[in-house]
Design a protein around this ligand. Structure first.
Ligand SMILES: [Zn+2]
Ligand SMILES: [Zn+2]
Length: 256
């Protein structure tokens, strides 16, 4: 399994892109950077898109990739939970801001939605996909994606602390987890449903207690303004836990 980090941040600047991952060129998770980072040919290769939640940094490129695929006669399957489907179709793909690509072209609509139920295994494009609820300010699921040869990645989406129940359902070799702010924002992060390096430490200890090991960890969704602080705190955390914990970045490639 080859994982590309297309975007690794929660804010878009000249050199940072919004959160988006791509597995083996065909399965994308979150749509913060699908069109800004990929050629048209690469966009056309994507067969399925999983969305964790409705916040704009995670769905920004749904209408723009749909437009590109519509114009080139390609299609994409979008898998997500009901609240995300409802928000997207109410506010973006509504024939007011963007065409309703669920209906167009009538002969072969560009976007086909499938509602995902948490804790129910789905088979998508040759992968086994499990959606697991996490703790954010709106309904949010993380996704564990397992390849045919048994390699698994779990991406949390946006989440605050308290993931012990989530950890009971996943056992990835690679954990891609959010750390939005540095430790001086711990109180804010816990309230807003985000993590800091200190809060991540507690969650990783919880993961270890539940699963008996620690996976390789890649941190994403950093606020670029806080990235230097976060990076220093993550280095200290990796040393303290004796574990591989690194910051993701746009263009990062990980092979499992
Ligand atoms: Zn969010
Ligand atoms: Zn976000």
């Amino acid at each position: 399994m080859d994982i590309q980090v297309l975007g690794a941040h929660n804010c878009e600047w000249q050199k940072t892109r919004l959160i988006s991952l791509l597995i083996d060129d065909v399965l994308a998770i979150d749509a913060g950077a699908l069109t800004s980072s990929l050629s048209l040919e690469a966009q056309q290769k994507i067969k399925a898109l999983l969305l964790t939640h409705q916040h704009y940094d995670h769905i920004k490129d749904v209408p723009t990739i749909a437009m590109n695929l519509f114009l080139s006669g390609a299609t994409i399957k979008v898998y997500t939970i009901t609240p995300v489907h409802d928000a997207l179709t109410r506010h973006l793909l509504n024939d007011e801001l963007y065409p309703d690509f669920r209906q167009q072209p009538a002969s072969n609509p560009t976007v086909r939605f499938t509602i995902i139920e948490p804790h129910q295994t789905e088979h998508i494009e040759g992968y086994t996909v499990l959606a697991v609820p996490v703790n954010h300010s709106v309904p949010t699921v993380g996704y564990q994606v397992t390849s045919a040869d048994g390699q698994a990645v779990f991406y949390t989406g946006d989440t605050g602390p308290g993931l012990a129940n989530c950890w009971r359902h996943v056992s990835p070799q690679l954990l891609i987890i959010e750390v939005t702010a540095s430790d001086r924002y711990t109180e804010w992060a816990a309230d807003a449903g985000h993590l800091t390096p200190g809060l991540l430490k507690q969650e990783l200890q919880s993961f270890g207690e539940v699963n008996g090991y620690l996976p390789r960890v890649v941190v994403v969704h950093m606020n670029p303004a806080l990235e230097e602080e976060i990076a220093a705190e993550i280095v200290a955390l990796a040393e303290a836990l004796g574990s591989s914990i690194t910051l993701g970045y746009a263009g990062m490639q990980i092979s499992l």
